[in-house]
Design a protein around this ligand. Structure first.
Ligand code: LLP
Length: 440
């Protein structure tokens, strides 16, 4: 069965009677006029649809906790939507924890990850009652135990381990390989467990956590991961009499950024994971653990598009034709950072005949600020609205104020209604944290 992460565009995308593209029943040209550009647009039906895909795909296993990896896109409204779909949250900073807390999320459904959580962040997590902390290293075990002791609390933890699985994705977004900065090496688990059982009395270990990488298209490596985690659980039971009942296999399912991307469906990975888990439960004689997943990109990417307005253009004699838009690497760092490829269309009424090969350049002062290289589009004019697809994940969350440009607004569309969920930054926002010392 197909799932929404396999689509290039939000599920409500269509051409309307004015010849413009609409999403969530909202004409993109109207949105650009009303809210200005660059503009992030999130289609609520697509977000809720993929949540349903995940829930249906995994309903064959009795005990699954879906934890949305909020690093992909973390705003109060997005948190509220995912919470209403029954998702918990994987968070990696005080900022993400605070955002979901302020959105009214049940904090017992929040997990705190990260390889260098600070004293203040761990304290906040304990104060707000975060459900699980995935401890990454020996330093953090000791630090967290001290903090938990000072609150006179027992903190529920997982151990993040490095399963030694290489996935074929961009080097910067691989995490499960042996030489990774994340997690305990397999050979360090026993020492960590001994410390928890004997010394760190304010920590209670519930299970193991791993994450192999992001934008993953391979399916079998999820089975390998389940095998490693369940085998470890069985080994720790035999060696320490320790009953661990949670495995967290992280996130990573890919999305379709362009025509050649073929991500698997949620249903496909669910079958592999659940079959392998059932097989390993028998093989290693362990109790069926709670299965935790942390998908980020696949939950939110497809629902998002970014609208830009075409400004200047330049034909290099005997070279490329550049079309410059009013955003770029500060609102979407992925092309310049990972060489990520995106697909775009002209949102306003044109004859939609693809006739011109152009390069869409950003407005930031750097030659590398190219959003899309060599894309064939209808003839473009100043004022045309460009819609770049699949920008829901890791666009706003990695946005910067490079060149002191204000970050764009974000609107949520559904049933012909549009609502602001992030206000456009103002010039005063840009200087809000600047201080001129009196002596100047
Ligand atoms: N869990 C852990 C522990 C993670 O480190 C990540 C992502 C996820 C879950 C969610 O992975 P997802 O389902 O989104 O693939 N900025 C990069 C992606 C970095 C991913 C980091 N970790 C990009 O734009 O491609």
């Amino acid at each position: 069965m197909k799932s929404i992460n396999q689509s290039l565009k939000p599920i409500t995308t269509k051409l309307n009677s004015s010849g413009n593209i609409e999403i969530g029943g909202c004409d993109l040209v109207d949105l650009a006029e009303k809210y200005n550009t660059p503009l992030y647009v999130i289609d609520e039906a697509t977000v809720r649809g993929i949540c349903q895909d995940y829930k249906k795909a995994f309903e064959k296993y009795h005990n699954v906790n879906m934890m949305y990896a909020s690093k992909a896109l973390c705003t109060k409204a997005i948190a509220k939507i995912l919470h209403s779909e029954g998702f918990g949250f994987d968070t990696v900073s005080a900022g993400e924890i605070y955002t979901v807390y302020k959105a009214g999320v049940d904090m017992t459904k929040v997990l705190f990850n990260g390889n260098n959580k600070s004293y203040e962040e761990l304290s906040l997590a304990i104060e707000l009652g975060v459900g699980r902390i995935s401890v990454d290293n020996f330093f953090e075990l000791s630090l967290l135990n001290e903090i938990a002791k000072s609150y006179n609390k027992t903190v529920d933890i997982l151990l993040r381990i490095t399963p030694g699985i290489e996935c074929h994705t961009h080097e910067y977004i691989q995490t499960g390989h042996l030489d990774s900065k994340f997690g305990f090496d397999l050979t360090q688990i026993d020492e960590a467990v001994e410390l928890i059982l004997n010394d760190y009395k304010n920590l209670k270990l519930h299970g193991l956590h791993a994450h192999i990488g992001s934008q993953i298209f391979e399916t079998s490596i999820y089975g390998d991961e389940v095998e490693i985690l369940t085998k470890e659980i069985s080994r720790l039971d035999k060696k320490f009499g320790l009953k661990l009942n949670e495995i967290n296999i992280g996130g990573g399912l890919g999305v379709k950024y362009n025509e050649s991307d073929k991500p698997p469906a949620t249903y496909e990975i669910a079958d592999i994971i659940i079959n392998k888990l059932n097989e390993c439960i028998k093989k290693y004689s362990i109790d069926a653990p709670t299965l935790i997943l942390e998908p980020g990109r696949s939950v939110i990417s497809t629902s998002g598009v970014t609208l830009y307005t075409v400004g200047s253009s330049k034909q290099v004699p005997n070279g490329k034709k550049y079309i410059a838009v009013d955003g770029g690497m500060a609102d979407n760092a992925r092309p310049s950072m990972y060489g990520a490829e995106y697909v775009a269309e002209v949102a306003n009424n044109t004859d939609h005949e693809l006739i011109e090969k152009v390069t869409i350049a950003g407005r930031f002062c750097e030659s590398g600020d190219i959003l899309i290289k060599d894309i064939t589009l209808p003839k473009l004019n100043e004022g045309d609205i460009i819609c770049v697809y699949n920008t829901g994940a890791y666009n706003y969350s990695m946005a910067s104020n490079y060149n002191r440009v204000q970050k764009p607004a974000m609107v949520l569309v559904n049933n012909s209604q549009s609502d602001i969920i992030i206000n456009r930054e103002t010039l005063d926002d840009i200087i809000a944290h600047d201080v001129i010392p009196d002596r100047l």
